[in-house]
Write a protein that binds this ligand. Structure first.
Ligand code: SF4
Length: 188
C-alpha cells in the first residue's frame, strides 16, 4: 500500500480501528485527512516552506507539514522551537495522556528528524493550565513498539472481530452507519 497514514488518526485507531475504516469508506473525498498519496506529500512539503514565515517569532515553526518515508506517515506538527530543538503539541486540556497521543508526538518527531530537523525534546503543553508536560524521547524499545503499531494499522482487516466500547460508540459520528454495534449515538 502506497498510501501514507495520517498521524492524526493514530490515537483514534487505538480506540476503534473500525472508525478509521468507516471514515475512509464514507469520507473518501477528504483523502488528506486519513491517507494521502506521495503527490499530496510533495504539496505539503512545499507549503511547509511558506509556513516557516507564518509566525512572527522566527525561532518557532508552526503547523509544519511533515512526513516519514520510513514509517509511511504524514501530518503536521504543532510547534517546533528551532533554537531549543523542542517539539511541542498544544492541547486545551489534558486530563490524561493516552498512548495514542504519545504515538502521535513520536510520529511527528520521527518525521522531523527524517526531514533534517534535529529534535532533542518533546512535550505537550496544556493551554488551560499553562503547563508544559515533558514526554520521554522514544528509546529503541519504544521505536520497535511504534513500528509494530504502524504495521498493525497498515494491515488492519475490518472483518476482524473486536468488542466495541459502548462509551466510544455513543459519541462516534459513524454510530448509525456502523455494523459492529447496537449502541445509539447520543446525537441522534
Ligand atoms: S460506532 Fe463504535 S464500533 Fe463503530 S466505528 Fe464508531 S466507535 Fe467503532
Amino acid at each position: 500500500m502506497d498510501d501514507y497514514i495520517a498521524i492524526s488518526t493514530l490515537n483514534d485507531f487505538i480506540f476503534c480501528p473500525y472508525s478509521i475504516y468507516l471514515h475512509n469508506v464514507y469520507m473518501d473525498t477528504d483523502e488528506t485527512m486519513y491517507h494521502a498519496t506521495p503527490q499530496t506529500r510533495g504539496k505539503l512539503v512545499h507549503e511547509a516552506t511558506d509556513n516557516k514565515t507564518s509566525t512572527n517569532r522566527s525561532d518557532i515553526l508552526l503547523s509544519l507539514p511533515v512526513y516519514s518515508e520510513r514509517f509511511g506517515i504524514m501530518g503536521k506538527i504543532d510547534q517546533y522551537k528551532v533554537k531549543g530543538k523542542k517539539l511541542i503539541e498544544r492541547k486545551y486540556q489534558l486530563k490524561k495522556i493516552f498512548r495514542g497521543q504519545i504515538y502521535q508526538l513520536w510520529a511527528q518527531m520521527f518525521c522531523m528528524r527524517e526531514m533534517g530537523f534535529p529534535v532533542e525534546s518533546i512535550a505537550f503543553y496544556e493551554i488551560s493550565t499553562n503547563k508544559m508536560i515533558p514526554v520521554d524521547m522514544p528509546n529503541s524499545e519504544d521505536e520497535k513498539e511504534f513500528e509494530g503499531f504502524i504495521a498493525r494499522f497498515r494491515n488492519y482487516d475490518p472483518a476482524e472481530n473486536f468488542t466495541p466500547n459502548p462509551n466510544k460508540c455513543e459519541h462516534c459520528i459513524y454510530c448509525n452507519l456502523c455494523d459492529k454495534t447496537e449502541t445509539e449515538n447520543v446525537y441522534s
